[in-house]
Design a protein around this ligand. Structure first.
Ligand code: FAD
Ligand code: 2HG
Ligand code: ZN
Length: 457
């Protein structure tokens, strides 16, 4: 695409969304060009901010005609480099698709523009004792469209499932400007291919999600949180399995380790919860309408005896215990530019992985260090590596191969993005990848939607 063609395209985009919503100045573009981890960045031709489905459709049709690639971006909190441009792409920001269009407390659902944040949706739902079924630490910036596009997981998957389970309707614009409207929301509807579900988890490669209709869940009246200090991963898995099998109202079961606890406490200025240092920590949350605290206490007494534990029932104390776990991502960012490997393992192989990962990291660089944490009940670990250059792919390669060898997945909840694309073949077959590429070609024949994401080169 020549400079003149680019200028013409920018002129067309200005006509569609208004001049002030086509950003081209380098200083303003900066925040659209670098991802949350700072590992991925690229320069954009422009960032364009449409305010309606019709404007999104016109923007995509214009870019498709010009053959200029488009990177959809919501809150830009994604952790696999999929939300930022590579070179010369147009960033399509959904942040002005920010209307909550309807809210039905009886049917327990909400219809919102893709750019509404999780926190905004929750603030509205909370007035009726409801909330989204997915919750994550990026809630203030992550958008419902981005969460659908990544099939986000978060801390309540063990209770409510992933984003896919919350989406009951969806509208998206395809590369040629065509609008797929599946906002219908009727429970029984077997009328052919499930296009809404295809768009969920497609990471901006098949269409731009413009509206979503989401299931809501009750904000439980009572909540209790326990933080346990444990001696081994085996014990942590034992606690998580026992909680899954027998703790009423299990709402979250999270794991982290001594290096993460120490980093969070020093970077965030928190006082450690226990006098003694433990190799492994597990956080269990239960929520419900009944005797939640009593249930959790009985569970700890019967099935999860720990050398040290802290217990909380009021909101402030619960938040204090959650901070040790939730502030890992922030704390890690203060220590460098991390490589983030969000992986899943069969629970029976997790201890083996944790034992082997450190030596593998050190064999590549004696100064490399790994901070592990995650959603233990689902076998999801976040392997954060510090001390490696952003473009040094050796640790990613070694660890993702190890995960595949243990029967796990190279992406549990963050997606493939650009970060994992070249390793997709480790856990998806050649036939799978060919089918994905064929779907991509059918819906986006010119390959303008987020090229470089998911499908290997
Ligand atoms: P972006 O980062 O803007 O985009 C992410 C991807 O989706 C990109 O590929 C982009 O092109 C595409 N996309 C965005 N919007 C659209 C749209 N409307 N239509 C089509 N494609 C689109 N993730 C989890 O799963 N679980 C967690 O627990 C979790 N915790 C996090 C905690 C922190 C502190 C941070 C920074 C991130 C966390 N994340 C987590 C990752 C991230 O928040 C999620 O992936 C989230 O769903 C991204 O939403 P977003 O609006 O920021 O999307
Ligand atoms: C979490 O569970 C998020 O806190 C972020 O998925 C994980 O920072 C990470 O690697
Ligand atoms: Zn997570």
């Amino acid at each position: 695409v020549s400079a003149r063609e680019n200028r013409d395209l920018i002129g067309r985009l200005q006509q569609i969304v208004g001049g002030e919503h086509v950003l081209t100045s380098r200083d303003i573009l900066g925040s659209y060009e670098t991802d949350w981890t700072r590992r991925f960045s690229g320069s954009a031709l422009a960032a364009v901010r449409p305010a309606s489905t019709a404007e999104v459709a016109a923007v995509l049709a214009a870019c498709n005609e010009a053959g200029v690639a488009v990177v959809p971006q919501g809150g830009n909190t994604g952790l696999v480099g999929g939300s930022v441009p590579r070179a010369g792409e147009v960033v399509l920001s959904t942040r002005r698709l920010a209307q909550v269009e309807s809210f039905d407390p009886v049917a327990r659902e909400l219809t919102a523009g893709a750019g509404v944040t999780a926190a905004q949706a929750n603030a509205l739902a909370a007035a009726h004792g409801l909330q989204l079924g997915v919750d994550l630490a990026s809630r203030d910036s992550a958008t419902v469209g981005g969460m659908a596009a990544t099939n986000a997981g978060g801390i309540h998957v063990v209770r409510h499932g992933m984003m896919r389970s919350q989406v009951i309707g969806l509208e998206a614009v395809l590369a040629n400007g065509g609008v797929v409207d599946r906002m219908f929301g009727v429970v029984r509807d077997n009328t052919g291919y499930d296009l809404a579900n295809l768009l969920v988890g497609s990471e901006g490669t098949l269409g731009v999600i413009t509206r979503v209709r989401l299931r809501l869940v009750a904000v439980e009246r009572r909540r209790a949180v326990a933080l346990l200090g444990l001696d081994s991963v085996e014990e942590a898995i034992g606690v998580a399995l026992a909680a899954r099998n027998g703790l009423p109202g299990l709402n979250a079961a999270e794991i982290f380790f001594a290096p993460g606890m120490e980093l969070v406490c020093s970077a965030m200025g928190l006082t450690p919860p226990f006098e003694k240092r433990f190799p492994v920590y597990v956080l269990i949350e239960a929520a419900g309408a009944g005797e939640v605290a009593e249930g959790l206490a009985a569970f700890l007494e019967g099935s999860a005896r720990a050398a040290a534990s802290a217990f909380a029932t009021d909101a402030r104390d619960c938040a204090r215990l959650w901070a040790y776990r939730e502030r890992h991502t922030e704390a890690i960012n203060t220590a460098g530019v991390p490589h983030k490997l969000d992986i899943a393992l069969p629970l029976g192989r997790m201890a083996e992985f944790v034992r082997e990962v450190g030596p593998v990291v050190r064999s590549l660089d004696p100064g490399g260090r790994e901070i592990l944490f995650g959603h233990v009940a689902d076998g999801n670990l976040h392997v954060n590596l510090l001390g490696f250059e952003p473009d040094d792919e050796r640790p990613d390669d070694a660890i993702l191969r190890m995960v595949a060898g243990l029967g796990g997945s190279i992406s549990a909840e963050h997606g493939v993005g650009v970060a994992k694309r070249q390793w997709l073949h480790l856990t998806r077959s050649a036939a799978d990848i060919a089918a994905m590429a064929a779907i991509k070609r059918a819906l986006d024949p010119r390959g303008i939607l987020n090229p470089g994401v998911i499908i290997p080169a």
